[in-house]
Design a protein around this ligand. Structure first.
Ligand code: DP6
Length: 388
């Protein structure tokens, strides 16, 4: 057997205007537009290899080294839709579409950290399948069928997912606001907060909010449309202060929606709140907004900031959140900066218990999915996983 294996890496994205709530559960159509930044695949990425062969007995998938069931509805929807697209585009011989596929995928960052792994994973899977079936048209609406936020990981830079109005979801697609080279100073620090609590999944949480939260209705109708336009403008004009303010307000409103749901649910911990305090005080002392925080469905913070602020902020984080790990910060390189005693005094944030933050990932805005052509596939030519 000699399969043609296609391998793709795809990025994580972190929303600055949050997607929370669906108008269609099956097609994964959102109640509102959302906006995100795509993060550099050299620091965090999903990697997926796919191949098809007439000798394969069934569709098979391996995730992070473990064979998983292919019965997952979202996975099946993605595969079905990409084949339909290939059929419509007449991109390959119809016979190819009858062959079974093998899929092998892994993340280079811990899935347990709750870091948008499904977004990178589905964007990667759908892009790899699009390469295999030679699909040329926009595939963000297919990635969306895997996980809503995945449609934004199909593009690099700053991305907007348009909620759309069509019942079939044909206009619920992602588009690029600006590419990864547009705002080269933009950086992200992901603070992974230790948490053992079992959290409510995004899918379940947003259903409860859509069913019960009055605040969510208000947010969708009045807040998000203006915020989406304003933040797109702030991105285009590279207005960090405006970008940061909208980002923080939107994160706060999303977590307020969680509390406004019935029964309420909470993703932020005391450490998350300490990070929020730290950012606001830092900005106040600086006399301008230099850091933004945003939190997804978990306690981890993503801080957006410009490159020149990184040395000081990184030193501050290491001071306030002492760690027992010698690999506390991973990702891009940076210089440490000595902290001013006076500054620490005015900041007056107490030093936290050791390892309150498990580790920090330092990264930047990056490109969308890319095909890997150096032969480092996750599947062998016979369609079995390469043992790592
Ligand atoms: C808080 O895309 O994981 O990260 O569509 O049900 O798979 P499903 O949800 P998912 O939700 C992400 C929610 C969020 C906000 C965001 O990324 O916009």
């Amino acid at each position: 057997m000699n399969c043609d294996v296609k391998t793709v890496i795809a990025p994580v994205n972190i929303a600055v205007i949050k997607y929370w709530g669906k108008r269609d559960e099956e097609l994964i159509l959102p109640l509102n537009d959302s906006v995100s930044a795509t993060l550099d695949t050299s620091v965090m990425c999903a990697k997926t290899s796919v191949c098809a062969n007439p000798h394969f007995a069934e569709d098979e998938i391996w995730l992070n080294g473990k064979k998983e069931s292919f019965s997952n509805q979202r996975l099946q929807n993605c595969l079905k839709e990409i084949k339909q697209r290939a059929y419509n585009e007449k991109s390959i011989d119809d016979i190819f579409l009858t062959w079974k596929v093998h899929i092998c995928s892994e993340n280079n960052f811990p899935t347990a950290a709750g870091l948008a792994s499904s977004a990178a994973g589905y964007a990667c899977l759908v892009t790899a399948l699009a390469k295999l079936y030679k699909v040329k048209s926009d595939i963000s609406s297919i990635a969306r069928l895997g996980s809503g936020s995945a449609c934004r990981s199909v593009y690099g830079g700053f991305v907007r997912w348009h909620a759309g109005v069509n019942p079939d979801g044909s206009d619920s697609i992602a588009t690029q606001i600006a590419d990864s080279s547009h705002w080269p100073q933009m950086r992200a620090l992901i603070l992974v907060v230790g948490d053992t609590k079992k959290k409510i999944s995004s899918t379940i949480g947003m259903k409860r909010s859509a069913d019960t939260s009055e605040l969510l209705k208000y947010r969708v109708q009045y807040c998000v449309p203006k915020r989406t336009d304003d933040i797109s403008k702030a991105i285009k004009e590279k207005n960090f202060g405006k970008f940061a303010e909208i980002t923080m307000k939107d994160s706060n409103q999303f977590h307020a929606v969680c509390m406004d749901s019935y029964p309420p649910y909470v993703y932020l911990t005391n450490i998350s709140h300490t990070i929020i305090d730290l950012v606001h005080k830092y900005n106040e002392i600086s006399g301008e907004t230099r850091i933004a925080y945003t939190f997804d469905a978990g306690p981890n913070a993503c801080l957006y900031l410009l490159e020149n602020e990184v040395p000081k902020v990184m030193s501050l984080i290491q001071h306030i959140f002492p760690s027992s790990s010698d690999k506390f910060v991973t990702g891009l390189n940076f210089k440490e900066e000595g902290l001013n005693e006076e500054f620490l005094k005015i900041l007056s944030i107490p030093i936290q218990a050791k390892d309150s933050i498990k580790y920090v990932i330092y990264t930047k805005v990056g490109d969308g999915p890319t095909e890997i052509k150096d032969g480092s596939h996750l599947l062998n030519k016979d369609g079995t996983p390469v043992k790592s």
